[in-house]
Structure formats: C-alpha cells, structure tokens
Design a protein around this ligand. Sequence first.
Ligand SMILES: CC(C)(COP(=O)(O)OP(=O)(O)OC[C@H]1O[C@@H](n2cnc3c(N)ncnc32)[C@H](O)[C@@H]1OP(=O)(O)O)[C@@H](O)C(=O)NCCC(=O)NCCSC(=O)C[C@H](O)C(=O)O
Ligand SMILES: [Mg+2]
Length: 300
Amino acid sequence: MPSTLSLTPRPYRSLLSVPAINPRALDKVPQLACDGVIFDLEDSVFPERKDEAREALRERLPALARDGRTRIIRINDLSSPFAAADLDLVLAVRPDAVLLPKVERPQDILFVQERLDTAGCPPEVAIWAMMETARGILEAGAIAATGDRAGRLQAFVIGLNDLRKESRVLPRPGRAFLVPWLMQVVLAARAHGLCVIDSVFNDFRDEDGFEAECRQGREMGFDGKMLIHPVQIDAANRAFAPSAEEIADAKAIAAAFARQEAEDRNVITLDGRMIERLHLEEAERLLALVQVLENRKTMP
Ligand SMILES: CC(C)(COP(=O)(O)OP(=O)(O)OC[C@H]1O[C@@H](n2cnc3c(N)ncnc32)[C@H](O)[C@@H]1OP(=O)(O)O)[C@@H](O)C(=O)NCCC(=O)NCCSC(=O)C[C@H](O)C(=O)O
Ligand SMILES: [Mg+2]
C-alpha cells in the first residue's frame, strides 16, 4: 500500500536548503517564494558549530515558514556523533519532515521511525530520505517499501554531489551517465507512492544550465528540485508547475468525461486521441495541484 501522506497534493517545486548556522539566510526565509525550506544541519554546518546551529533552529523554527510551506530539517547521518541530538531537536520543534542523509538500508528509516513513534511524535511528522550513495540507489526499492502500511517515509531527495563523489561520474550537462540511476530512484519512489525531488545544481549563477536541468527533471518525473540559492526559486517554480497547455488539456479531459454520453464508458475520443479513465485520474491530480498553487497565490 502506498503511503497515504504522499497522496495529498502538496507542491514541492522548489525546496531551498538554508544553512541553520547562517542567521542572515534564516532572516530571508519569510520573504522567499519557495514551496519548502530544508533547514540544514549537515553539510553546510562545520562540525564544531553543530550545537550552535541546533540552538538557532530550536529558537527560530517555530516562527519560520508558518504559512503552509513545508518545513524540513536535514539532520546529520545516523552514523555520526551528531544524529542523536539532531533527532532530539526534531522531537522538540516537530517540523513537517526530517530529512535523513546518506540512507543506505531500510533499517535507517525504521530506526528513525521507531525513535519518533516511541517519543509520541505525531504521524504528520514525515521522514524524507536522501538518495546519494551507491548502496542507497541499489536498495532504493526496499527503502521505498518502508513507506507502505502508513510508514512515515514520504519522499526521496537525490544528492548528486555525494553520488558523483562516490561513483566518480563526472559532472556534465544532460547527466547522461546518471540518468539510469535517477530513473531507478523515481521508479522506486512511485512504486510505493512517494514524492521524489531532484538534486541541487551547484553553479547558481548559470541560469540557462539550471533551467535546462529543471526541464529535464520535470520530464523525468521529479516533483521538484532541491535548491541552494534564492535566485533559483522562480525558475524551479516555473519548470515544475503545470504549463498552460497541460492545464487546458486536463480541463478538456475532465469536461469530456463529464458529458452524459461518457458516463458508462472507459474509453473515449478527444481531438482524435484515445482517452481512458487513467488519463482522467492524471488530469484530476494535475488540476488539484493547480488549485493548491492558486490558493497559495492568494495567501496573505
Ligand atoms: C552557495 C552559498 C554559500 C553562496 O553564498 P553567498 O556567496 O553569500 O551568496 P550571495 O552573496 O549571492 O547571497 C546573496 C544573499 O542571499 C542570501 N542567501 C544565499 N543563499 C541563501 C540560502 N540558501 N537561503 C537563504 N538566503 C540565502 C545570502 O545570505 C545573501 O544575503 P545577505 O547575507 O543579506 O547579503 C549560499 O547560497 C549557501 O550557503 N547556500 C546553501 C548551502 C547549503 O545549504 N548546502 C547544503 C545543501 S547542498 C546538498 O545538500 C548537497 C547534497 O547533499 C548532495 O550530495 O548533492
Ligand atoms: Mg549529500
């Protein structure tokens, strides 16, 4: 059974990583138009400053991004000396999700799930997993399956910096040699009803390169992209939102199936194309997302 959490149409077009140690970056969060914020305790925080970063989040997170945007805390990996205190923080401030880096085995998810469950953490606090090691990619299906039967796992996030480092695949436009692994993660996620977020793009001044990678990510089926800099937000929001053509097509499909003559039919013709009820389900999912995005625009 796919996770029920993932069936809620919540937009994840743009998830900005904000170093928990950087107060000026934290100050910017309320003004940013990203769909979610990943408050980072891992790679962007020097080991000697982990306590300070945790304290900043303990103090500031309750007031940050309370406007419906997703609040995620990325903790340090479970084998590090920092993970226990990071999890204590998660239990104290209860973000929408805790993001685990370098997940390699189902047990990594189950360990954190057990910790949250036994501490009485509400089921709405989800677990997200970074897929960024060779073992993690090879085990993607088994890891995704931990989200079944109302497990807390809700999303995968790709981490290409770590994956390139370990695999030694060179960074190249088009990511040709990485695409099979990325698609393996997308497929594993979808098989178990999870969301799936594409990797960061490091060269934040390269607008064309970033837009091309967002387009590619959308075509590959990702729900959105993890970002490192505010300048990347608008392009990601555009690329991962349904286009005007897609919205018009979804509305036409919904209207065609709403006609009386389609009432007892599973297959109809629309503009010379075969349309089945599965296309209606796709159209309804897309229109529900559009509605959520519209509502967000009108929020104060
Ligand atoms: C990459 C950066 C270090 C660049 O910082 P900087 O040189 O300071 O950029 P700018 O001068 O252009 O900044 C302009 C103002 O914007 C604010 N800013 C910058 N980035 C952010 C941000 N992420 N969130 C909020 N605000 C931000 C700056 O503070 C400037 O404002 P002001 O100080 O008032 O002048 C920097 O962008 C950065 O630290 N980015 C995030 C780094 C990070 O989170 N890394 C971890 C995620 S990457 C990852 O997960 C890799 C993955 O694991 C994998 O394996 O692939
Ligand atoms: Mg990483």
